[in-house]
Design a protein around this ligand. Structure first.
Ligand code: SF4
Ligand code: SF4
Length: 377
């Protein structure tokens, strides 16, 4: 048998522990986790081997490992591990470090992943919109020298989307897309390098389509046992994001092609779609939060990485509803609620390729790669 020299990276072990994988040293390699995981492929299954890599600090084996992304964090392995090593949470911590590894701007990954930088995470959009929203609302707010007063009590409460907001969000979207594409490219290259001479299947388009079908049906989640309810919460969130994205593009078409900038009647199809998506969004968040607490004993409570993401998406829902309710009640504080809503939406968009949201890009990449290399059919 060929000899292999292992050089453990102890700093990487410390990073995993600091990222929520503090239980990893309890693992004694019994393989129960691999046996109970219904999501893993049969050939070279996970997560036992990843637990070993993590214990040894084998960073190169982990940060570009498609298996850490094929894991759907269903927590079956965590529930059944006889040692309480919580492999599901360890893999979650490794995914966080993988995001950092492939990120285009590592500082962004640090800001959203490090609890010590939570003040900076929120300070950036709070300052950004505090500076820009009132100034560019001049034409709507009949600005005088009381900038703060106007910021929180505009004369025309529905005039909430001046040009500068569209510019900020447009540029942020470009940054996010570039970040995601860079990360996907780096992850793909890393997975290819790690796979070595594994043959690819050839039909990349077919692999992308079949992976997309699996994602939209959430069929992998259906294989989980402990966290069955999570499938529905996750599914509602995915479709609500799709619905909100379509209604956002629809609103842009109204604005730029038909010069129709709102307020939109509640019976408008675009408005109906956005409201239905918002309801699905809220239901998804409620199910995920309920499930998180209900299953905490078996599946663990998650780490800061999970909770900051849940805080941002919950913040979007809560401030969105509040802003709408206050606007309907014609209360000027609706603008303050809308200001906070804009802050939360920007956080989600700007940090999408750096936060837990990035699993949308990287799990999809890993699923396509697994099909393309015949690891999964
Ligand atoms: S994580 Fe738990 S179940 Fe998996 S190999 Fe280690 S001790 Fe066994
Ligand atoms: S969390 Fe679920 S999918 Fe991930 S390794 Fe454990 S059992 Fe498998």
């Amino acid at each position: 048998m060929a000899e292999q020299v292992i050089s453990p990276d102890l700093n990487f072990v410390k990073d995993i522990i600091a990222s929520g994988g503090e239980s990893l040293k309890k693992c004694y390699q019994c393989s129960t986790c691999t046996v109970v995981c219904n999501v893993t492929p049969d050939d070279k299954p996970f997560p036992r081997k990843e637990m070993m890599y993590a214990q040894w600090g084998m960073k190169d084996k982990l940060v570009s490992n498609p298996d850490i992304w094929l894991c759907h964090q269903c927590s079956d392995c965590t529930a059944y591990c006889p040692r309480g090593a919580k492999p599901g949470e360890v893999l979650n911590a490794v995914r966080k470090l993988s995001i950092r590894h492939v990120s285009m701007v590592p500082l962004f990954a640090r800001i959203v992943q490090d609890p010590k930088l939570i003040w900076l995470l929120f300070a950036i959009p709070i300052a950004l919109f505090f500076v820009f929203m009132p100034h560019k609302s001049l034409e709507f707010i009949r600005f005088d020298d009381k900038m703060v007063y106007h910021m929180f009590a505009p004369a025309e409460p529905h005039m909430y989307a001046p040009f500068v907001l569209k510019m900020i969000f447009g540029l942020t979207a470009v940054f996010s897309i570039l970040s995601a594409l860079t990360g996907i490219k780096r992850l793909w290259s890393g997975m290819k390098a790690q796979a070595g001479d594994v043959k690819s299947g050839g039909n990349l388009t077919g692999d992308i389509i079949s992976s997309a079908k699996t994602i939209f049906a959430h069929s992998k989640f259906a294989d989980c046992n402990v966290n069955r309810l999570r499938q529905w919460g996750h599914l509602l969130l995915v479709y609500s994001f799709v619905g909100l994205s379509i209604s956002g593009i629809w609103a842009l078409i109204y604005s730029y092609l038909f010069n129709f900038t709102g307020p939109y009647p509640f019976t408008d199809p675009m408005k109906l779609l956005s409201q239905a998506s918002m309801l699905a969004f809220i239901a998804g968040i409620v199910i995920i939060l309920y499930n998180r607490f209900a299953q905490a004993g078996k599946a663990g409570m998650g780490s800061y990485f999970d909770w900051i993401f849940l805080t941002i998406v919950s913040g979007i829902g809560a401030t969105g509803i509040l802003a709408l309710a206050l606007r309907l009640a014609n209360v000027s504080a609706g603008y303050a609620a809308f200001y906070l809503h804009v802050v939360f939406v920007w956080l989600l968009l700007a940090y999408a390729p750096y936060s837990k949201f990035a699993h949308l890009f990287y799990r999809t990449t890993a699923m396509v790669f697994a099909r393309h290399t015949n690891r999964e059919s």
